[in-house]
Design a protein around this ligand. Structure first.
Ligand code: ADP
Ligand code: MG
Length: 483
């Protein structure tokens, strides 16, 4: 299902840094809260004062285990911390503690649905690894005083770097992967997912090749912190690489930055190789040993995962897989669905309403489902009134509008707006007889075998009933009368 761009196949692999939601740092007791005054949350360990030693934060390890379980990966029984050496002012130790040869989470996969044209296809992206590491500090360039400062509050913040195989074949797939990953880490609660604050940042490795050919040289777009920019940056990068190749230039491996103002990517530095970092095992930290009993304990304590919940929605409520996936986008949506489906006993209708009218209105007003003015219980009552033929689907939309605007409860709105469906057969028959008498031509044509002529009759009947006739009953009665 590769979509070619000017005859080239796009290849994308992701590296994502998810900031783990521990209250203290990965190797020290300093707090991780965002937004504190500069250097008030950096202790001696974070500042790399001589004589300090790192101590592993068990909460960070536990979150890595949870992630591994959520994506069906192998949790290494023994993994190693390494020093990644480089100089930068915001890195006082001169190295970052990370994991290199043996990461804590190995393999696993993330799968999601994607709209391709009119079709919905399932895509699976294989993960290579996820490893624990510490974040660096920040350089603050205070242009107004012409000085730069270093803020070490972020130094030592726990990160999980999640690396995929180069499995994505378009910017759409890449964004869908990133959204799914974001859903997983926030669902299991290991990361707050706040992209503006940098809690979830993605690096996209992008290359192009002729279909079937060897992998092209990649350029890595750093620190994409919104889904919108992610798509724009990758699309720009793909066009840029193709233009270069078409003009006869080779792509040079590089790290690039996306500038949202210009919409362009620009090379920041030529890419360093692992060898440049002179990785070696950190002698200050013992191997990270994770017993199987610990893994099982974590598994037992984890909430139901989105994909497990989606499978349950298929088996317990008979929903199509697509619906089940949509409804498990967040815990709040899933809970809303279950509450309304159980209350009305019509899971598919509840799903249709939530994915349709409810989502549309929420999106338009930029509200999350917990803020919905229409409760799950009200939606269930509304669905009940459709299935017991009190109101038509069209009328139901008006009732929903009323609920949204807090005009009252379902039955009160139906009464107030006079939306009750006409269930008085005598009255309906009278209308039908009148319409038949007024449209002899349609009647004749229908009897002569033109099925479409029926539409010319149904319309006026619905109109004469002020939309209150039940379309099913209208059809049945018409058929009876026309033979
Ligand atoms: P490094 O650690 O030096 O950044 P890796 O080999 O670990 O390099 O790859 C990093 C990311 O780049 C992975 O997500 C991988 O899938 C992706 N990747 C590797 N080769 C390519 C390529 N030719 N095109 C696109 N992405 C690639
Ligand atoms: Mg990298």
């Amino acid at each position: 299902m590769s979509k070619l761009v000017q005859g080239y196949e796009v290849v994308i692999g992701f590296e994502t840094h998810a900031q783990l939601s521990t209250t203290s740092k990965i190797f020290s007791r300093a707090p991780t809260a965002f937004g504190a005054q500069a250097n008030t949350q950096a202790c001696a360990v974070d500042m790399a004062l001589p004589g300090t030693l790192p101590v592993m934060n068990i909460g960070a390890v536990e979150r890595a285990i949870e992630f591994g379980l959520a994506i069906n990966a192998h949790i290494a029984e023994r993994s190693i911390f390494a020093r990644k050496n480089y100089f930068y002012p915001d890195l006082p130790k001169g190295y970052q503690i990370s994991q290199f040869e043996i990461p804590v989470v190995q393999g696993g996969e993330v799968s999601f649905f994607l709209e391709v044209g009119k079709e919905t296809v399932r895509k699976t992206v294989r993960l290579e690894r996820a490893h624990l590491e510490e974040d660096a500090g920040k350089s603050l360039h205070e242009d107004f005083i012409g000085q730069s400062g270093i803020d070490l509050n972020r130094a030592g913040t726990p990160l999980l770097e999640i690396v995929t195989q180069p499995d994505m074949r378009s910017s759409e797939e890449a964004v869908a992967y990133a959204k799914e990953l974001h859903k997983i880490v926030t669902w299991i609660g290991i990361c707050d997912g706040n992209m503006q604050e940098g809690s979830f940042r993605c690096d996209a490795n992008v290359s192009v090749r002729k279909p079937g050919g060897p992998l092209g040289t990649r350029r890595e777009i750093k620190n994409l912190n919104s889904f919108k920019f992610m798509q724009q940056a990758i699309d720009y990068e793909v066009r840029w690489q193709i233009d270069q190749i078409e003009d006869g230039h080779a792509i040079e491996q590089a790290t690039v930055l996306f500038n949202p103002d210009s919409g362009e990517t620009r090379a920041m530095r030529t890419k360093e190789d692992a060898a440049d970092y002179r990785y070696f095992p950190d002698p200050d930290l013992p191997p990270l040993v994770i017993g199987r009993d610990w893994v099982e304990r974590v598994r037992g304590e984890m909430a139901e995962l989105p994909r497990v919940m989606a499978e349950r929605f298929v088996s317990d409520y008979g929903l199509p897989e697509y619906d089940a996936t949509q409804l498990t986008q967040s815990k709040a949506v899933a809970a809303y669905f279950e509450a309304s489906a159980q209350a009305c006993g019509q899971a598919k209708l509840a799903s249709n309403w939530i994915m349709g009218e409810v989502s549309r209105r929420l999106n338009a007003s930029e509200l999350s489902i917990d803020q919905s003015p229409v409760s799950a219980a009200q939606l269930a009552v509304l669905i009940g009134r459709i299935s017991d033929n009190t109101i038509s689907n069209n009328a139901a939309r008006q009732v929903f509008e009323g609920l949204w605007n807090q005009e009252g409860e379902v039955d009160a709105i139906i009464d107030a707006k006079g939306l009750k469906q006409m269930n008085d057969m005598g009255e309906l028959e009278k209308i039908i007889d009148e319409v038949l008498a007024a449209n002899p031509k349609n009647v004749e044509e229908f009897k002569a075998g033109n099925a479409k002529a029926l539409n010319g009759l149904v319309g006026p009947i619905m109109k004469a009933s002020k939309g209150k006739a039940n379309p099913g009953q209208v059809n049945a009665l018409l058929m009876k009368k026309l033979g």
